[in-house]
Design a protein around this ligand. Structure first.
Ligand code: 5AD
Ligand code: SF4
Ligand code: FES
Length: 352
């Protein structure tokens, strides 16, 4: 092993700081021995700060209607081949209720950017869930105004997930017609200010993305002081303008997850559905190099196939109760256990 590699991984595992150049270096192990060292150190840091419990978040994909046109995403508004749906409000609540009875302590309400869901409507759903169920609520519904975010927080939402997708501003502009990186960043700061626990995240292996970009992604999330980082591979979708580009690899995704863990030792890092889609054991592998959260699908089965962000998404043919059992078995197969409690932020004395 290169001495410099060993030293930098040790430094990152101890101080949780690296310069951009150092991070670019650590993101690129040259041998299996170096890669294994990186993964092992990330696993140790995860164990030290987050323990052996894996937090589950149940995701309800309540609307696949989207007003945006992100170049990578199957839900983009110009994809006219997709059958669009909105799950009725009562059924959203019933889905959350069922998830709570399956033991989920966090319900994630996720959708495309669908303004048909006014803040009032969303607040009503949130209030009902928070009143009747003993769960934390995470929202993942895209860009809204400061006032709207505030109302959603007041209605009882605990967390908000808004991935920055890529820290390369030129690439961001190309991939997100009509959107702006600065608007995205502004919202991440608003969400923090309003008091949400905030998740961001990025896509690995986007067309024209470099290893330097991935280092910037990690450093950006560290700077914003996110509570959670969703890191998943790019999976090309044929009905999108970039459907012919190659997918992001498992290997690169795991290296980014491991480095994210070294630099942000106490955040929540999910083993994403996308990583489970490109490799049958992708989620287990991610859990072994830094991840400590899994987000199983709790969407009623009849809607699942239409939430096609990317092709071959796992769990399309399964029911919520099946996924709940499946994921527990997978977690236990690697010697870990399903964590109890809400799994709020772990961030502690480390943060200034
Ligand atoms: N491959 C991987 N991830 C994708 N997302 C959207 N499309 C793709 C794709 N083709 C992710 C984005 C977005 C979330 C809804 O799904 O990160 O935030
Ligand atoms: Fe819409 Fe989100 Fe897909 Fe972009 S990534 S098209 S905002 S669902
Ligand atoms: Fe859905 Fe395994 S988590 S089938």
């Amino acid at each position: 092993m290169r001495e410099k590699f060993v030293q930098l991984v040790d430094k990152a595992a101890t101080n949780h700081e690296l310069t951009k150049d150092e991070l670019v270096y650590v993101l690129q192990p040259e041998t299996d021995a170096e890669k294994n060292l990186l993964f092992k150190k990330a696993d140790e840091v995860r164990k030290k700060y987050c323990g052996e419990g894996v937090h589950l978040r149940g995701i309800v994909e309540f609307s696949n209607i989207c007003e945006r046109n992100c170049l990578y995403c199957g839900l983009r508004k110009d994809n006219h081949k997709l059958n669009r749906y909105r799950i009725p409000d009562d059924e959203i609540f019933e889905t959350a209720q069922k998830a709570a009875s399956l033991g989920y302590k966090t319900i994630v309400l996720q959708s495309g950017e669908d303004s048909w869901y006014t803040t009032e409507r969303l607040c009503e759903i949130i209030r009902k869930i928070k009143k009747h169920l003993d769960v934390a609520v995470t929202l993942c519904i895209g860009e809204r105004s400061y006032e709207e975010y505030k109302e959603l927080k007041n209605a009882g939402a605990d967390r908000y997930l808004l991935k920055h997708e890529t820290a390369n501003q030129t690439l961001y502009k190309r991939l997100h017609p009509g959107m702006s990186f600065n608007e995205r960043l502004k919202r991440l700061n608003w969400l923090k200010e309003i008091g949400f626990q905030v998740g961001s995240g990025n896509i690995i292996g986007l067309p024209y993305q470099t290893i330097e970009d991935l280092a910037d992604d990690i450093l950006l999330m560290k700077k914003i002081n996110v509570d959670m980082a969703g890191i998943g591979p790019f999976i090309p979708h044929k009905a999108t303008p970039i459907g012919n580009f190659p997918a992001g690899t498992l290997d690169l995704t795991l290296r980014v997850v491991a480095c994210a863990r070294l630099l942000m030792p106490d955040i929540h890092l999910p083993a994403t559905t996308a990583v489970g889609t490109i490799d049958p054991y992708g989620r287990e592998k991610a859990l072994k190099c830094g991840a400590n959260v899994v987000m199983p699908n709790i969407t009623p089965q009849k809607y699942r196939k239409d939430y096609e962000i990317y092709p071959n998404k796992i769990c399309i043919g399964e029911k919520p109760e099946h996924c709940r059992g499946c994921i527990q078995k997978r977690i236990e197969s690697i010697g870990r256990f399903v964590a109890e409690g809400y799994g709020h932020r772990i961030r502690s004395s480390l943060q200034g």
